[in-house]
Design a protein around this ligand. Sequence first.
Ligand code: ADP
Ligand code: MG
Length: 264
Amino acid sequence: MNETTTHTEAEVADPKVLLEHHLKKLKLPTILAEYDRQAQQCGEQGIDHPRYLLRLVELELIERQRKMIERRIRAAKFPATKSLDSFDFKALPDLNKVLVLELARAEFIVRRENIIALGPSGTGKTHLAIGLGLAACQKGMTVGFVTAAGLVNQLTEARDEKRLMRLQTSLAKLQLLIIDELGYVPLSQTGAELLFEVISQRYERGSTIVTSNLTFEDWTSMFGSERLTGALLDRLTHHVHILEMNGDSYRLKQSKARKARQAD
Ligand code: ADP
Ligand code: MG
């Protein structure tokens, strides 16, 4: 009797070792890190046990969400850190700012719609695409960023190494795929066909953002085939938002402004 009592008292007197062990096993690192401090605070503030537990569980959820978003951003492989917050819409008065901000809510991805951003070099196409991609990551969506040339290289390499299907499956699974700089580098026939397959496999399954310095009329010469370009545009533009980014190069404008300031 005495022995049992002593044993139970010892456990109650120091439950932390066992609690911490269980929290680790249950993979609740935030509750593990916070339970003691929160218990003190809740004690001081007269907060009851269900609310104490609620606090801990909410902290765990918030931290999980934060880590998931971090993972999504890392997996997307953005080439630079850009967000829509730093995008100067005044530089492109013809760009529909309301539409862009609406697209940043990522509902177009739920609807599996596409975006094509067209305009000459330096007008912020990549910046905007990264900004929309980042916004999608923050909504918890899976995103991938590639340049058209990089994607064709990846696909060609995968085909040579007999793992094309695996790469195609992983590309098709992404909720948003951003293909940047279509048209900067001419495509080989195989390259064009591999790229077409990616777009085709994503049709009505996921969203794709394409940026290009070419107008649609010039896409045929880039893909080298009217038939392929027609079929590709057909799929890409079935549910699409077109962002016309016609303006002066932001880079050029900035360096001109810098030079003007230095000359003063
Ligand atoms: P593009 O992809 O159209 O060639 P980028 O997005 O690479 O152009 O833009 C070139 C540089 O200018 C980047 O550093 C980008 O952040 C900046 N930039 C371009 N347009 C804007 C804008 N409207 N607001 C803020 N920065 C911009
Ligand atoms: Mg670019």
